[in-house]
Write a protein that binds this ligand. Structure first.
Ligand code: CMP
Length: 134
């Protein structure tokens, strides 16, 4: 089915100047960028976005990192978009990510892991609505 998913290019990848290379991977996999915005997240925005992780030990480091520089946020649309995007990203921990994935190629650590992607269609709808109007 045609789905939408939320993608965030995180501060480490924006600082590395690889937004275009990452966009090319989306486009090459048939994902269409249907909305996009570069922004510097406030602490409130980052905490709200990651609210599901609030009780995890890594929450503060995660929020500190996500507000450390600009991010590029986009909604991607295409056949099976959630899974296609997750396959492009690779495992959360770049040390475990398959060769040729975005995280294997551009990420340095589980915190500075280059990209975020929705993990399911229902989560994607919530995440897209968090950043973009209809
Ligand atoms: P992301 O897909 O943006 O969702 C939550 C983020 O928390 C994750 O990517 C990682 O960058 C970060 N994180 C740090 N430590 C962990 C961990 N142990 N498990 C999962 N995510 C972690």
């Amino acid at each position: 089915a045609i789905e939408r998913t939320l993608s965030i290019i995180k501060p480490d990848a924006v600082a590395k100047n690889v937004i275009g290379q990452i966009y090319s991977r989306f486009e090459g996999a048939g994902l269409k960028i249907v909305a996009a915005r570069m922004t510097q997240l406030s602490r409130e925005q980052a905490e709200g976005f990651y609210a599901a992780h609030k009780e995890r030990g890594f929450f503060k480091d995660l929020v500190d990192f996500m507000v450390s520089g600009p991010v590029m946020i986009q909604a991607l649309e295409g056949e099976n978009a959630v899974a296609v995007h997750r396959d492009l990203m690779g495992a959360t921990d770049p040390k475990k990510a398959d060769k040729g994935t975005i995280r294997a190629d551009f990420a340095d650590s589980i915190d500075a892991n280059a990209v975020h992607g929705s993990d399911a269609v229902d989560a994607a709808a919530i995440e897209i609505a968090y950043f973009f109007s209809k």
